[in-house]
Design a protein around this ligand. Structure first.
Ligand code: NI
Length: 145
């Protein structure tokens, strides 16, 4: 880790401090590191389609939309090789929130995500691809240090 000094507008710093408090960051440095990490990820070239990735796919859908629940479940089963786990939350009487953790090749994950997000009745679809150094079938030892 290196220590750097940057110059920043008062307004921008105030916004950063607000975000820091809202999200409960322990320090201004931690906030800045996360914000920069996000920006760097977005600024990098698109992930190679063959790259091994983990991903979080989130979306909201109306469970009463005809056949949608069944179609989404079928889509998940058709791609069981990509699916690690799915969290289902009943938001209210109409809407469900699902968060699917996926792993596999970037382009396979992307096309599965597209097939879910573009369904009628699915809203707020978002895919967060996270490149993995280990690959989807890594089974060796690794530590969480
Ligand atoms: Ni539900």
């Amino acid at each position: 880790m290196q220590r750097i000094t940057i110059t920043i507008d008062d307004d921008l710093l105030e916004t950063i401090d607000k975000i820091s408090v809202q999200r409960g960051y322990a320090s201004r440095s931690e906030t800045l590191r996360d914000l920069v990490r996000d920006a760097v990820t977005r600024a990098q070239p698109a992930i190679d389609g063959e790259a091994n990735c983990f991903a979080a796919l989130t979306y909201v859908y109306e469970h009463e939309t005809r056949d949608l629940s069944r179609r989404l479940t079928t889509a998940q089963h058709d791609h069981h090789d990509l699916s690690v786990s799915t969290l289902h939350v009943h938001i209210d009487g109409h809407d469900c929130l699902e968060v699917s953790v996926l792993k596999g090749k970037a382009d396979e994950i992307q096309s599965f995500a597209d097939s879910v997000i573009t369904q009628r009745g699915v809203r707020f679809g978002n895919l967060h691809l996270i490149p993995s150094e280990h690959g989807p079938h890594h089974s060796g030892t690794h530590s969480h240090d």
